[in-house]
Design a protein around this ligand. Structure first.
Ligand code: DX5
Ligand code: ZN
Length: 217
């Protein structure tokens, strides 16, 4: 599987999202990563379903929606109706409903992802792997762009790769998010990540194409 690059528009210009999405598309990005934060699960408020709906109208790119919200089960339908292609939510937000939420997402014909924060161990993912399209290993505490990559999370990537092997899930996306640049991307890919989210590293680079290519190298 070629490495999927999913630029996080949290680092884009919110007054020019159409322009910035067109720029990352021209620069060769695969997906658009949309960080949804509710000011409760994380200490920041960002984007909601109406914005996803508007973005759906202006791009055919895959909308990779990362929900950092307390009660994902209440809002899944809104994001599906808005046109998300992938919905990833956090295990920590509603651990007892996680399987139900995954099945709900899948029943609507889109891809389901489950994410864990840096302090959450990888073994909790085991029961969900057979049902998932993607696992997102956070390599910073969710909430803000531009934070420092946490090297202590890296071994969890290999744990997930091994779980995917055990369950014969060859197509499982193993995504990492937080502090990804050309150096940390190499470390994550070596451990088995095949989908990289990057905000600051891509959008703060004058040459978007070069930045995206450097994550693939
Ligand atoms: C953090 C978000 C990330 C963030 C990544 O909670 O989930 O997607 O935008 O930003 P960088 O790549 O700047 O760490
Ligand atoms: Zn994210």
């Amino acid at each position: 599987m070629d490495t999927i690059i999913s630029p996080s528009i949290l680092s884009a210009d919110f007054a020019n999202l159409q322009r910035d999405i067109s720029c990352i598309s021209d620069a060769g990005a695969d997906w658009v990563h949309i960080d949804v934060m509710d000011g409760h699960f994380v200490p920041n408020i960002t984007i909601g379903a109406p914005v996803v709906k508007s973005l759906r109208k202006i791009t055919n790119m895959i909308l990779d929606v990362h929900l950092m919200i307390s009660e994902p089960n209440k809002y899944i339908d809104d994001f599906i109706d808005a046109g998300a292609d992938i919905i990833t939510f956090h295990y920590e937000a509603q651990s007892s409903l996680a399987l139900e939420i995954i099945k709900k997402i899948k029943s609507k014909g889109i891809l389901a992802g489950l994410s864990i924060k840096p302090m959450t161990p990888s073994y909790i993912l085991k029961d969900f792997i057979p049902y998932l399209d993607m696992v997102l290993i956070m390599t910073v505490e969710p909430g803000f762009g531009g934070q420092k990559f946490m090297h202590e999370c890296v071994s969890k990537i290999a744990d997930v790769k091994e779980m995917a092997r055990v369950f014969a899930k060859d197509n499982l996306y193993i995504q990492v998010d937080g502090g990804i640049n050309d150096i940390t991307a190499k470390i994550c890919k070596k451990m088995g990540a095949n989908s990289l989210v990057a905000g600051n590293y891509i959008f703060n680079n004058k040459d978007l194409k070069k930045a995206i290519c450097s994550l693939r190298e």
